[in-house]
Design a protein around this ligand. Sequence first.
Ligand code: G
Ligand code: G
Ligand code: MN
Ligand code: NA
Length: 254
Amino acid sequence: LALEARLRRALDLGHMRLYYQPQVDLATGRLVGAEALLRWLDPEQGLISPARFIPVAESSGVIGPLGIWVLNEACRQGQRWRDQGLPELTIAVNVSLHQFLLTDIVGATTQALTESGFPARLLELEITESALAEKPEEALFVLNRLREQGLRLAIDDFGTGYSSLAHLKRFPVDLLKIDQGFIRDIPNSADDMTISSSVIALGHAMGLKVLAEGVETREQLQFLQQKGCDCFQGYYCSRPLPAEDFARLLEKER
Ligand code: G
Ligand code: G
Ligand code: MN
Ligand code: NA
């Protein structure tokens, strides 16, 4: 079976899972958020990475129903944790280019929030720079509708795409996520240290929060702390976890 057909079937059969990666406040050390990361649990092949199937989902249109499933599941899980009395945290959901520009993302988020009871202020959407750069006018319109709903907006993989600072200034976003490619070689790459600290300063100058991705070592953590970066995620804290394992981490925060 072609990947597209297998993907549709996997969605119907309930073979998709969301894993959650902790996001930690660098000043307090507290767990403040979770990025939801999609996994395809194939009975024969095991875990399949979204890097392999999101491109096919995008080109085939499966991203529509798949994206709706992700939003619904993330909001349901977020609300479940609230119902269990666990510490409040934001849930970040990745939105790909086609999903953002070609599907009814505003309708999908409204429905997911309404059906789950999860508050809009705790839902964050991650959009890549390339989606914003591709169609800035359309992107601005959609971002404003999402903002009116009360959602948080983040720019994912910041620094890897073409980003016009003029656009950045107009987009109503809350958070810049520094791509892990700029963090990986800290403290050995002077260039990456300069880039990261510049993005932190730029974000702050524009009134945005800044999160560093892919933090794996204590040296990287300390560098980011020293530069005033707000939050981090990465293997130094935890890999993306199944919901049950993530809940155990949250328990310890109580
Ligand atoms: O978790 P992992 O490193 O395997 O993710 C690989 C890529 O897949 C990342 O770029 C990530 O943003 C993307 N991704 C993960 N989950 C989702 C999702 O639910 N929707 C979309 N559109 N992309 C996702
Ligand atoms: O494009 P996006 O930033 O959403 O993708 C995040 C991807 O990075 C996920 O696939 C996730 O599994 C992966 N990831 C998360 N933390 C780390 C880390 O510390 N090191 C590495 N190498 N990858 C990470
Ligand atoms: Mn992301
Ligand atoms: Na990223």
